[in-house]
Design a protein around this ligand. Structure first.
Ligand SMILES: Cc1ncc(COP(=O)(O)O)c(C=O)c1O
Length: 467
């Protein structure tokens, strides 16, 4: 009988994170300071991020040791199980073998604490007293609240207003770990007050919440900011997922033909696929591996975005980042996968996408919830709406294998559970979900605005990203 759950022993928890920077097909275009139009001076970032995290962000080292204090916290829920979705396979009558890395077993319910714990730890070591952050779906805010509590830091979370209203239970969870949670836009910052004056019912966006968290950080002493995705160090902390999954597959003498994950900013997906990408570039992969990223058609950064420089937030406080973007003014339609509503993606992911190393797929939310319910009715766990995008891909691929008879091995990360997303499931069962699409015209408008605001952006793009 094949194994359903493949576990690792506690002492097999990875001792190092994998850093993809030395293995990228070309050097990563740098973050650019809009005031100089030159690469950002790392010293300038020290007001925002812990020094060790800046060092990791730029590190050319392939393997970065994981401090024992961080591994000790990881042991609460790691190594996470790798599970064969054999009931789903049987239901689909597919010859494909489907495995998922189950990250929903962490206390906050997703992969996010893999980096939250590391970030809180380094800030604590450097004597920082408080972290500020934003959260969309509430997963990241929960993870940072959990981590700050463990290391004795205060935590202030700016939660996108629409999620704050759609997911009241998430804010209760954050408060249980001692965090201070406010709906964004809020009256705590100049930027939030300005937006509320223009529209008291502003739904908020991740870009706006980032601006508020940054403003709060730079206007208060002994406070730093923490980001849950996009940056290199964040994605690197997530590689514990892929490193564990590789060992687990080795135990049962499997190797994936396909590695898939959903993309908000790209951290869960990168955390799973980077270690397999390392196998590919170092000639260790026993067969070709297809890497597939999934996203909503209503926030189609990979499939409709444009590869250029853009701000990471709406108030344009961050450095310019090289990414596929829908424009930092993008206000996403209110789809229920709150974690996938960001206007850009991680620069490393964008570079790999531009080089054709990743295949992007976009799905509407109704077919995504159809897939999520099929999964819940076969495998039992209720998936978060974000990884449900990947489940949609996996089911389609498994059905394709059924017609061709291919015995593909498919690996994906079920990066969060959906037990705080029940209102979204309710809307789905009540037939209230809309299959939003995001018009290409809107992307063009938003990027035209970026060009008007920063007429030199094209020059910077050519200089650092290339033709
Ligand atoms: C469960 C879950 N998956 C995925 C994401 C998307 O983020 P990322 O692409 O960084 O993993 C989020 C973001 O909040 C999330 O909560």
């Amino acid at each position: 009988m094949s194994r359903k759950v493949i576990n690792l022993d506690e002492n097999e928890l990875p001792k190092q994170w994998y850093n993809i920077l030395p293995d990228l097909p070309r050097p990563l275009p740098p973050p650019v300071d809009p005031s100089t139009k030159q690469p950002v001076d790392p010293a300038k970032l020290e007001r925002i991020f812990a020094k060790e995290l800046i060092k990791q962000e730029l590190s050319p080292e392939r393997w970065i040791p994981i401090p024992d204090e961080i591994r000790d916290v990881y042991r609460i829920w790691r190594p996470t199980p790798l599970i064969r979705a054999e009931r789903l396979e049987k239901f689909l009558k597919t010859p494909a073998r489907i495995y998922y890395k189950w990250e929903g077993v962490s206390p906050p319910g997703s992969h996010k604490p893999n980096t939250a714990v590391a970030q809180a730890y380094y800030n604590m070591k450097e004597g920082i007293e408080r972290l500020t952050t934003e959260t969309g779906a509430g997963q990241w805010g929960s993870a940072l609240s959990f981590a700050c509590n463990l290391f004795g830091l205060k935590c202030s979370v700016y939660m996108v207003r629409i999620s704050y209203e759609q997911k009241p239970a998430r804010k209760v969870l954050m408060r249980s770990w001692g965090a201070d949670v406010v709906p964004s836009p809020s009256d705590r910052t100049n930027f939030g007050r300005k937006l509320l004056q223009e529209n008291p019912n502003h739904p908020g966006s991740l870009g706006i919440a980032i601006s508020e968290a940054l403003e709060d950080c730079v206007t208060h002493d002994n406070t730093r900011y923490s980001l849950g995705s996009v940056l290199n160090h964040v994605l690197m902390h997530q590689t514990v997922q892929g490193l564990e999954a590789k060992k687990q597959l080795e135990q049962i003498e499997e190797y994936p033909d396909i590695v898939a994950g959903c993309v908000g900013g790209g951290s869960s997906f990168s955390g799973l696929f980077w270690p397999f990408y390392y196998d590919i570039v170092s000639g260790k992969a026993p067969k070709p591996v297809k890497i597939v990223g999934t996203e909503p058609i209503s926030c189609p950064t990979m499939t409709k975005g444009i590869y250029t420089y853009d701000f990471g937030d709406t108030a344009k406080m961050t450095p310019l980042l090289p990414m596929y973007t829908l424009g930092s003014d993008f206000i996403p339609p209110p789809i229920h996968a709150g974690g996938l509503r960001y206007h850009g993606d991680a620069p490393t992911l964008c570079l790999l996408l531009s080089e054709g190393k990743i295949e992007p797929r976009a799905y509407d939310q109704i077919s995504v919830f159809d897939a999520a319910v099929t999964f819940a009715r076969t495998e039992g766990f209720l998936p978060g709406p974000e990884p449900a995008h990947t489940i949609k891909f996996v089911i389609d691929e498994a059905l394709r294998c059924k017609t061709t008879g291919e015995e593909k091995v498919i690996l994906f990360n079920l990066c969060g559970h959906g037990y705080f997303d029940l209102s979204a499931y309710e809307a789905y069962f009540d037939g209230k979900l809309q299959p939003f699409d995001y018009p290409e015209e809107e992307v063009k408008k938003s990027l035209e605005k970026l060009k008007q605001d920063l007429p030199w952006i094209e020059e910077v793009r050519k200089q650092f990203i290339g033709a």
